[in-house]
Design a protein around this ligand. Structure first.
Ligand code: TNX
Length: 583
């Protein structure tokens, strides 16, 4: 599709930054939201058995006790790090075997001691929890999380985080009764692949922004971050064997900004940060189309061997590397080889979308070679569903981004063995506007309000595709119109939790009214944490802080910045915090 820059609204990063500052100050003024109930978690857990007589209150001398295992210990440290800022408590971490009493226990199943109190309900304590499942037991004397893996403990911690009062998100100490509702949660995911994609090619986002996006994914138990690293407007990853890709191809972005790229050290930092949060990075090198930045850096890859002009617009489908030139396959092998070597995760995404000028056998021939090149690195090939007509290669995964669930070509590729990640454009494309007046985003796949992002079933979405072929879901965020972290957050929240619930929770729990009510409680959490979000009108956000005064901007800067209404409003009405850029 063509995206018309003329219809894209002016960007307001300064306004968004200011709104975030306001959000941070306003967090201190929130009235306490209703107490959290045990099932008030997103994604909603598989099974919940509340026990109102068994609430736990975190004491000032709370310690985390953990199994003797370095990966579990890491999760315990992360729980302590999570609790310290808002509680102001020291929260030491000790070993399970130290004999000390601890109030928060993280135990790997192999080393799990039986829960001290009998489990309410009919849960079997010997039940296998799987690679990512956990059991969370809240009793008056302790909170105990048991899992088979460190990942399971991590997801249990994310649940515990949401069961604490929203003030736990405060970066500074808050006087609060840190109560956790009593009972038992047993939980594990529906799909193994739960992800979001960030397009760092159309606009470049620095490492700090990417890390913050990883935090948002992790909070909702998403476990894959797909980075769209290359496109016409920019090449964002340094490749030693083809250095001009980054230095020349990385110096542009949509709208003429400076662009940028990740060094190998930057990329490793992202990968490490993600891994610590049980998030796997999926790098994408988009081929054979979407390659103007590469052709600019290395004209020898172009069909006419002539460097194209740098591209900072938003059209698609015009560029391609020459599928008839052997040098192109050297390029693919070198790039894929280096990116694979930097990437510990199993996946490597080769794009394959919108290569409109590479047709028929030229296209399938290119893709089949590229798939083999990826396989030779030991990685599993992922590509947009345009790869479907190419020959099957063991394990390959297609990322479906259609808007019509009847796609016989993809269904046929599945019969030949392909597995699928679902990113339906009209439900999961978070670059789509929420509503006609959303200040940024597109609408070619329709408007996606929160309900639309929630109301679909990955298991039955595609005709003639069995649920077993679907490994999961992913929300792509294309960034033609997204220029800042605040705008990324605005587009992701509150839709990301909806996608996360589809990815994690059993279908039997699917319930819009229940989801909508649970989601409302996340507004104060984001607000406390200084996270921008869209004040979606269909959600009854619980509280409205009095609008705080915000430090005045220097006059010189103020002149060219859009103004944000942040003065105290004497007639403040109940509603959400104003943390969004434009809503
Ligand atoms: C389609 S989805 C694209 C991207 C655009 C996006 C805008 C896909 C594989 N290709 O190149 O950024 O639409 O919504």
């Amino acid at each position: 599709m063509l995206l018309d820059p003329a219809t894209m609204p002016a960007q307001e990063p300064a306004a968004a930054d200011l709104a975030r500052a306001a959000a941070r100050t306003a967090g201190d003024l929130l009235t306490p939201p209703a107490p959290v109930r045990l099932g008030d978690v997103i994604p909603v857990p598989e099974r919940v058995a509340p026990d109102p007589t068994a609430d736990f209150v975190l004491p000032g001398d709370a310690a985390v006790r953990v199994s003797h295992d370095p990966t579990a210990r890491e999760v315990a440290e992360q729980l302590a790090e999570l609790l310290r800022p808002a509680t102001g408590y020291p929260v030491p971490v000790t070993g399970l075997a130290d004999g000390t009493d601890g109030h928060l226990v993280l135990a790997l199943s192999s080393s799990a001691t039986p829960a001290r109190a009998a489990a309410p309900g009919d849960f079997d304590p010997a039940e296998r929890l799987g690679d990512e499942g956990y059991r969370l037991h809240v009793a008056p004397a302790e909170v105990r999380i048991v899992a088979d893996t460190a990942a399971g403990l991590w997801y249990g911690v994310q649940t515990l985080r949401q069961l604490l009062p929203s003030a736990v998100e405060s970066p500074t100490p808050v006087a609060e009764r840190w109560v956790v509702p009593g009972g038992l949660v047993v939980d594990r995911p529906r799909f193994p692949y739960r992800g979001a994609m960030l397009d760092v090619a159309r606009h470049f986002f620095g490492v700090a922004d990417v890390l913050r996006v990883i935090d948002h994914l992790a909070r909702y138990k998403l476990n894959h971050l797909h980075l769209h690293l290359t496109d016409d407007q920019g090449w964002r990853i340094a490749v030693d064997s083809w250095p001009r890709l980054a230095t020349v191809g990385g110096a542009t972005e949509v709208g003429g900004g400076p662009g940028g790229w990740y060094t190998a050290a930057d990329y490793r930092r992202i990968v490490r940060y993600a891994a610590r949060r049980h998030v796997t990075v999926v790098p994408e090198i988009d081929l054979p189309g979407h390659t103007n930045a590469a052709l600019l850096a290395y004209p020898e890859l172009a069909p006419d061997k002539v460097a194209p002009p740098p591209y900072t617009g938003t059209e698609v489908g015009f560029s391609y590397v020459d599928p008839a030139d052997e040098r192109t396959y050297d390029f693919v092998a070198d790039v894929v080889g280096e990116v694979a070597a930097l990437t510990p995760g199993p996946w490597l995404h080769i794009g394959g979308d919108e290569a409109f000028k590479v047709k028929g056998e030229a296209y399938t021939g290119f893709v089949e070679r590229a798939q083999r090149i990826v396989a030779a690195t030991g990685k599993t090939v992922v590509g947009w569903h345009q790869l479907a007509p190419a020959a099957h290669l063991d394990g390959r995964v297609l990322q479906w981004w259609g808007t019509d669930g009847d796609d016989p070509v993809v269904a046929e590729a599945v019969r030949r063995g392909a597995r699928l990640i679902l990113s339906p454009g009209n439900h999961a494309y978070f670059d789509m506007k929420y509503a006609p007046d959303t200040p940024i985003g597109h609408d070619w796949a329709g408007l996606i309000d929160v309900r639309r992002s929630y109301d679909w079933d990955p298991g039955t979405h595609l005709a003639d595709v069995p649920a077993e072929a679907v490994i999961g879901v992913e929300a792509p965020l294309w960034t033609e119109s997204v220029t800042s972290l605040a705008e990324i957050e605005f587009m992701l929240l509150p839709r990301l939790p909806a996608l996360a619930e589809l990815a994690w929770s059993p279908r039997a729990t699917h319930d819009w009214a229940g989801f909508r009510d649970r989601l409302a409680g996340h507004g104060p959490r984001w607000h406390r944490a200084g996270i921008t979000f869209h004040r979606a009108p269909e959600i009854r956000w619980p509280t409205e802080p009095a609008q705080p005064a915000v430090p005045r901007q220097p006059a010189a800067e103020a002149a060219d910045r859009p103004s944000v209404q942040v003065r105290p409003d004497p007639a403040a009405t109940p509603g959400p915090p104003r943390t969004t850029n434009g809503a």
